[in-house]
Design a protein around this ligand. Structure first.
Ligand code: S3P
Length: 178
């Protein structure tokens, strides 16, 4: 890869594999892996479900935005964002800056099969709501720099697809500058 992005930010719906793929991709690129939801939980000393329960979604989105700012200061990172982060205009702008953003595009059937209803994801309780939420968010996910098929293949295979896309993109940018 001639020029490497400071950050590769994975976006997409719950259950699209952002964390699993992100871990493999980071290793493959020699980057460190950051999981935004995990960072939020560590900083808050509470789970995401507890934050939603105690303070509501709006408060969570504010914390999420602050975490995006913290992550934007880091370099050499693969970042797994939370499923709603890229649908928040301000948070999206923060995540896009200086990064290559990748949409893990995943069929709703795969998502519903992967996401458990154990209460750890506050917005995953009702399958009809999940369908509606995905439809509502797709236009935002589409704003990512590249989209990769995440419905099929292992995390390693999806990570390899991403490497191919990033390399192609970097090559294009480099030759356009010449
Ligand atoms: C959310 C997705 C979750 C987490 C929170 C809200 C959403 O992240 O940020 O529960 O709005 O879709 P994952 O995509 O990692 O499940």
């Amino acid at each position: 890869m001639p020029e490497r992005p400071s950050r590769v930010v994975l976006v997409g719906f719950m259950g699209s594999g952002k964390s699993a793929v992100g871990r493999v991709l980071a290793r493959r690129l020699g980057y460190r892996f950051e999981d935004m939801d995990q960072r939020i939980e560590e900083r808050a000393g509470r789970t995401i479900a507890e934050i939603f329960r105690d303070e509501g979604e709006e408060a969570f989105r504010k914390i999420e935005r602050e975490e995006a700012l913290a992550v934007a200061r880091l370099t050499g990172r693969v970042v797994a964002s939370g499923g709603g982060a890229f649908a928040q205009p301000e948070t999206r702008k923060i995540l896009q800056k200086g990064a290559v953003t990748v949409w893990l595009r995943c069929e709703i059937g795969r998502i519903l099969a992967r996401v458990s209803r154990d209460g750890s994801r506050p917005l995953a309780g009702n399958r009809d709501i999940m369908r509606a939420l995905l439809a509502e968010r797709e236009p935002w996910y589409r704003m990512a720099d590249v989209a990769v098929d995440a419905s099929t293949g292992t995390p390693r295979e999806v990570a390899e697809r991403i490497v191919g896309l990033i390399e192609g993109r970097t090559r294009k940018t480099t030759s356009a500058r010449r």
